[in-house]
Every structure is written in C-alpha cells, then in structure tokens.
Design a protein. Structure first.
Length: 383
C-alpha cells in the first residue's frame, strides 16, 4: 500500500515542478471534518456571523461516507481530522482515527479541550496522534468566557496538564501539543502572558496570530488597536524568549476572508506579473467538509469548488477555479485573498527538488519498513 503513497508523492512534485495547473496526483494531505456540531459559541467563529460563508454547519457525517474516502486516505501522507466543529462530540471519532491509521496515514487533531476527559486522553495516547492543537485565546477564565462562551477555561487547563503527564509517563513525545491564541480587542491585554501559561502546562509550542474577520460587523466588534497590537506582539515574543518557550507568530491578514468575497477571477487581479509563487495548500491539500464538499482552503470558504458526487478529488481539483488560482500564483499575479497568506511560498525550483527528494525518499523508506512504526509514541514527530 505504501508504494501507492510514494508514487503519489512523486506525481505531486512532478505537478509542481512542471507547473501543472491541473494536477495528476491525489492530495498529499486531507482536511476532513468529522462533525460540524460545536459546544461553544466563539465570538470570532464563522457560525456567529459571516458574509457568504458556505461551510456546512451542524451536519452529521455518516460512516458510509467516511469509509468511502479510502482511495484518498491510502494516498495521503497526513490527515487533519477536524473541521468547523468539536471533534469529541462525534462518539465515533477514535474509530475514524483508527480507520485512517489502517492506511498508514498520520492524524492531527484540533479540539477545544473541554470534553477531553480521562477516557479521551487515553485514546489520544493509544491511537498515537501525531499532533494536537487547542485554541485558548485567553489566560484567565473571565476572558475565555467572553471569547468562547459559555467558557470552561479551568477545565481545559486541567485536561491539558493531565494529558501532558500521561504522555510523559510513557516517555513519548506524541502527540505534539500546540496551544494557540487569536488576538482580538477583548483579549489583547492577556497575550503577553500566554507563553508563561504554555510553559506551566508543559505544551510543546505556543502559536499566536491575528484574527480573520468573517464579516464587516465582526471586524467592528473584535478589531484591536493597531499600535497596541504591535506592542503586544513584541512583548509576547520577548517573554517567550526569556522563558525558552517555542513560539510561532502568524501575521495573518485579518481581511483575507473579506477579500475573498470580492475575488471574481483573473479579471480582478493586477495584470502586471511579479515573482512566481505557489500555494502549499492548493498544491498538496484538499479541504473536505460535510459529506464531500470541497473548498479551496480554510480562508476561502465562500467558494465551494464542488462535491464528491460530481467526481473524485482529482476531477474536483482540476476545476477551472482551482486551475486559475494555481496559474495566477505561478504568474506572480496574486489574488487579493492570497496576499500575505502563510501558505504562499516563493517558487524556487532548486529548493523544490531538494524537498521532493527528501519526501519521496522518506515515503519509499516508509514502504520498505512496512508502514507505521513505534506506535507507543516514542518516535520523533516528522520522522
């Protein structure tokens, strides 16, 4: 089975190196929602106010649909098994993890952590998830309850500390635990203390970033003062350095989604070509939500590319909208919603050749070794 994955990885790099706008490979990564229900009502979430967002909410995902994804799972290297919902509401979640793992495919989880009780913590360790992400967006119960009503901050911190202790008892480093903080007017005063919270929990990485505005009303409601945000970013980075906490800052353009509403195709893009780029997500990922609805990426959710009922993922990823995006990136005519996106990468052929050699060789080595190894969680993430 793994030789199929290795061959698909080779084809994916051929697509990129030959600058194909209509790829021949299946996606190397999948973003799959298992449930679109949620137990929180976060003030910056698309559920609570958006303009034109077409993502499915509060829809079940049947077992038959999920098992029908097998042709894509056996070719993907990694699956982000979550969407715009709380995964642990899905009582079959870990069965789905096991199904994905049966193809030798890695799994990453994102949860709000409220339902991460002892049973689920043991399942997280047992199923050897590669990574786990939790968005906290606060360092106190009071602020968390404002950002993510009805709250539950203290319970999440307790659950996280218990998970870290359980992982450390096994002398493993899986899952890699990353905690994130989305800056808003309502929580900006707490972001500088975020590295200290991450260190006290024992997580592996702190991530903080600007928030995306899903509507103009949301922008008015949560947009922080620019100068205060600049100072808060500098202070947070300095605090992380002093505490020796691994920190990543995503300087996202908060207007990305609103610009996607204005994007109407190549005619709305500057005609003058510039430096050539490619989008890592559009190249190697497929974002499937609901039961087979494909979106370009997690930032451009106002445009639904199509559904699996219309054809398989190769057919959908070759549609004119997706092909045009790739072409514009290659030409250096970057659409408004793609500018300043962290997934946008300068097109450097030599660097791509080195990355291709490394990833393809790793895939072949994986196939000769018989698939996933060290399922006790003692391997290094990324090996």
């Amino acid at each position: 089975m793994d030789w199929i994955r290795a061959w698909n990885t080779f084809q994916a790099y051929c697509d990129l190196l030959l600058r194909r706008t209509r790829p021949r490979a299946y996606p190397l990564e999948l973003s799959l929602g298992t449930s679109s229900y949620c137990n929180l009502r976060c003030i910056m979430c698309p559920r609570e106010g958006h303009e034109g967002n077409r993502m499915p909410f509060d829809q079940p995902v049947s077992a038959d649909y999920f098992h029908g994804l097998a042709p894509y799972l056996r070719r993907a290297n990694e699956v982000s098994l979550y969407g715009l919902g709380e995964p642990f509401i899905d009582k079959e979640y870990f069965r789905k993890v096991e199904f994905v793992h049966s193809f030798g495919t890695e799994v990453i989880l994102s949860t709000n952590g409220i339902l991460m009780d002892e049973k689920r913590r043991r399942e997280i360790i047992r199923t050897n998830l590669r990574g786990l992400g939790i968005s906290l967006d606060a360092v106190t119960e009071k602020t968390y309850s404002i950002i993510r009503p009805p709250g539950g901050f203290s319970r999440i911190v307790e659950n996280l500390k218990a998970l870290v202790a359980m992982r450390n008892e096994r002398h493993g480093n899986r899952p890699l635990i990353a905690l994130s903080f989305a800056m808003m007017r309502q929580n900006l005063h707490e972001v500088a203390a975020f590295p200290e919270l991450v260190k006290s929990i024992g997580a592996d990485e702190a991530i903080f970033h600007t928030s995306l505005y899903m509507s103009h009303a949301m922008k008015e409601r949560i947009e922080p003062d620019a100068e205060l945000q600049r100072k808060a970013v500098a202070e947070t980075i300095e605090n992380a350095r002093k505490l020796n906490v691994k920190l990543t800052y995503w300087n996202l353009d908060p207007m990305t989604y609103l610009r996607s509403l204005e994007y109407t195709g190549a005619d709305s893009v500057p005609q003058q070509a510039g430096r050539s780029y490619y989008c890592r997500h559009v190249w190697r990922n497929a974002m499937l939500q609901g039961e087979g609805e494909l979106f370009p990426c997690c930032y451009m959710t106002n445009h639904r590319v199509g559904t699996l009922e219309e054809g398989d993922l190769r057919v959908l990823r070759r549609k004119p909208f997706m092909a045009e995006l790739r072409e514009l990136h290659f030409e250096g005519r970057i659409p408004g919603p793609c500018r300043n996106c962290p997934q946008l990468v300068p097109y450097r052929r030599k660097q791509l050749l080195r990355e291709a050699w490394s990833e393809i060789r790793s895939a072949w080595k994986h196939s000769w070794n018989g698939g996933m190894e060290n399922k006790t969680g003692e391997e290094h993430v990324g090996e």
